[in-house]
Design a protein around this ligand. Structure first.
Ligand code: NAD
Length: 290
């Protein structure tokens, strides 16, 4: 099936971002929202996004898709070839919305939630056709940032994941396909871990918010823009601190990474104890940066 018209349920920050990304690539968008001023806000958000998208894509002339707006969910769902749900992050609301959209949309239409962390199995739980329900979690601003995490629920079909992947790829997304569901998916879990430590630093009055920013902006952030781990570890290895693996990292920084140890299996902990720490073998090369 060719995807020409994309439906969007919820046209706030994320829904408007999807709409802008689609319109500039020539897709028609049918947007649905319940708020009285939603259409005006949506059009204003697209106007704000447009100049940045033109610069990013380096295409001054584009054949813009057609934007229509409706407060009739059935109309949106019936006309769409693919549907993004971007309503507020409330599970009961999304479950209800999915049930309703599922009852109107053609059976071959994939319905993708923008949720930041809910399990797709829960969102598809009241659908008659749960196989076409997936998570497609984007990042704000959706019209600029390419990553989208796709996550299957227990009843999601492989075909729906494949179809969604192809479409998302065609609209310029970098598709990160999770093998199975987990609360918060991959990206928000990693970001939450950093947040947790940042709050700990503030709570213990160890540093300021500016210090926390600087600690990432001038060091790991530069590396993380390309690779995180273990590739980044390998790049920053020295002969005294071989960080080519998580094992090397844990051995090199036994105190800082102590919480990780409890997450290791018993066998992995035994192997760690058996190996000498890389720090116990100093060599001529001592520079490292983690
Ligand atoms: N804000 C972010 O950075 C971000 C990033 C990734 C994913 N998300 C996820 O995207 C979704 C939307 O977030 P947002 O930041 O755009 O929220 P938002 O509050 O900006 O927009 C939500 C929109 O949904 C509308 N709405 C309310 N009830 C509705 C209903 N029953 N049906 C349809 N629309 C309804 C609201 O009127 C509003 O326009 C959430 O699931 C959120 O977790 C947000």
């Amino acid at each position: 099936m060719t995807i020409k018209t994309v439906g969007i349920a919820g046209t706030g920050l994320i829904g408007a971002g999807w709409a802008a990304r689609l319109l500039i690539r020539g897709y028609d968008v049918i947007a649905y929202d319940v708020a009285p001023a939603a259409e005006a806000k949506l059009r204003a958000a697209i106007d704000v996004a447009w100049p940045s998208m033109i610069r990013l894509l380096n295409t001054p002339k584009v054949k813009k898709g057609k934007l229509s707006f409706t407060t009739d969910l059935k109309e949106m769902a019936r006309k769409a070839d693919f549907i993004h749900e971007a309503a507020p992050e409330r599970e009961e609301l999304k479950i209800r919305l999915f049930k309703e959209i599922d009852s109107y949309a053609r059976p071959d239409v994939v319905i993708a939630s923008s949720s930041s962390g809910f399990l797709p199995t829960r969102l598809q739980s009241e659908c008659a056709n749960p196989g076409r329900v997936i998570i497609a979690h984007p990042f704000n601003p959706v019209y600029l940032l390419p990553l989208v995490e796709t996550v299957p629920g227990e009843k999601t079909s492989l075909e729906a994941m494949d179809r969604a992947g192809k479409y998302l790829d065609a609209i310029g997304m970098h598709v990160l396909r999770l093998k199975k569901e987990i609360d918060g998916y991959i990206c928000d879990r990693l970001q939450e871990a950093l947040w947790r430590e940042a709050l700990h630093v503030l709570d213990k009055d160890i540093g300021t918010t500016a210090d926390i920013d600087d600690s990432i902006v001038y060091s790991a952030g530069m590396r993380w823009a390309f690779r995180v781990a273990p590739a980044a570890c390998a790049l920053s290895s020295s002969s005294s601190i071989p960080l080519w693996s998580f094992h090397g990292l844990i051995c090199a920084f036994p105190n800082g990474t102590r919480p990780w140890r409890s997450a290791l299996s018993k066998a992995a902990r035994r192997r760690l104890r058996a190996r000498p720490s890389p720090r116990s073998k100093p060599s001529a090369t001592t520079s490292s940066s983690t």
